[in-house]
Design a protein around this ligand. Structure first.
Ligand code: PLP
Length: 373
């Protein structure tokens, strides 16, 4: 009889879904990992036009249309002053596929991948799917990743380390000094840095920086996506970029897994990247206002909460039983250990929810925290 592959048996469905299912239909959902804004009209219209004109009917080049890759390159220069060759970009099915390509192309069986704990759930699972060894490392008290912790975890068997700034689930943004350190570590240890930058535009204080700006070697690959910046999680459009030889290896995987990213989504993404910036600016302003309200509310409730500077998550320390009690009281949060063992004792709250609901949720959080000590 055909059994299941050991690498699939070694992973499980993310615990986040279970939380949603446990909550009632009327619950206020602070568990969501997607912006509550519409995809900008110009992106939607570009997809409709591409579909109706027939230009989205066929496969695109494996890497994605030239005009999309040029739009991605122009956006890196415009937004961060980063030089990206459009020839070294692969348009992918969301940031998720981009992460998969980065891991699959660089990690041999038995090699270690270092990643933040708590961290985004895919890093562990993708490492296992490549028969690699997940190597989670703890965060600082402020929930940023200390480059020294990463450097200490590197062994002869390390293939890669993941940096995620701004981060899910913490909302933490790494300082420029840290980002420089990650680049130095990638250079000096000759280890790949996979920089997951899908929240690159949702930064409230300071600026976004990428290790690819500072690395002297080609040991950095950058993962990006339209999902969060343009509120396009359903479109499934991301990308990965790096040096020519790294992109060529990742393209081998992409070519046989996907052939190319969905053509209508590629046209929508191009319009999102090249179109007016107001929708992004308005969304980021709204997130920042909500972040401030949520931080005040959590502190008033007596919770200790590191101040996040980006994305749309906050991770307070919570007493035992707090998340269950909160869900029973009609507010969904995700227990921190859904993001790694070191997330125990924390909860992730997403503020990708309207202000009125957030305020209501904060009142309930105040009551629940007073009850569960
Ligand atoms: N990386 C991080 C840190 C994320 O939070 C997510 C989605 O939640 C992704 C990657 C995947 O993004 P996408 O929806 O574009 O596949």
């Amino acid at each position: 009889m055909t059994e299941f592959a050991a690498r699939v048996e070694g992973i499980s469905i993310s615990g986040i879904r279970e939380v949603f299912e446990a909550a009632g239909e009327d619950a206020i959902n602070l568990g969501l990992g997607q912006p509550d804004f519409p995809t900008p009209d110009h992106a939607r219209s570009a997809a409709v036009e591409a579909i109706q004109s027939g230009k989205a009917d066929a496969y695109t080049s494996n890497k994605g249309t030239e005009s999309l890759r040029e739009a991605i390159s122009t956006a890196y220069d415009r937004d961060h002053g980063i030089d990206v060759d459009p020839g070294n970009v692969i348009a992918t099915t969301g940031g998720s596929e981009a992460l998969h390509l980065a891991v699959e192309a660089h990690v041999d069986p038995g090699q270690e991948v270092i990643f933040p704990d708590p961290g985004f759930v895919s890093y562990d699972a993708l490492t296992r799917l490549a028969d690699g060894v997940p190597t989670p490392v703890p965060l600082r008290e402020d929930l940023t990743l200390d480059p020294a912790t990463v450097e200490e975890a590197i062994t002869e068997d390390t293939a890669a380390f993941v940096v995620n700034s701004p981060a899910n689930p913490t909302g933490a943004v790494q300082s420029e000094a840290d980002i420089r350190e990650f680049a130095r570590i990638a250079d000096e240890h000759d280890v790949l840095c996979i920089s997951d930058e899908v929240y690159e535009h949702i930064v409230f204080e300071g600026e976004h920086h990428s290790p690819i700006e500072y690395a002297e070697s080609d040991n950095v690959v950058v993962v990006g996506a339209c999902s969060k910046t343009y509120s396009m999680t359903g479109w499934r459009l991301g990308w990965v970029t790096g040096s020519n030889r790294r992109v060529e290896r990742m393209l081998r995987v992409h070519q046989y897994m996907q052939a190319c990213a969905s053509a209508p989504a590629q046209y929508a993404a191009e319009a999102a990247l090249t179109g007016p910036r107001e929708p992004v600016e308005e969304m980021v302003t709204a997130f920042e206002e909500r972040r401030d309200v949520v931080l005040d509310g959590l502190e008033d409730a007596g919770l200790e909460v590191p101040r996040p500077s980006g994305a749309f998550y906050v991770m307070p320390k919570v007493p035992d039983g707090w998340v269950d009690e909160l869900i029973d009281s009609g507010v969904v949060a995700v227990p921190g250990d859904a993001f790694g063992a070191n997330g125990a004792g924390y909860a992730r709250l997403s503020y990708a929810t309207g202000m009125e609901e957030l305020k209501e949720a904060l009142e309930i959080i105040g009551d629940v925290t007073a009850r569960v000590q």
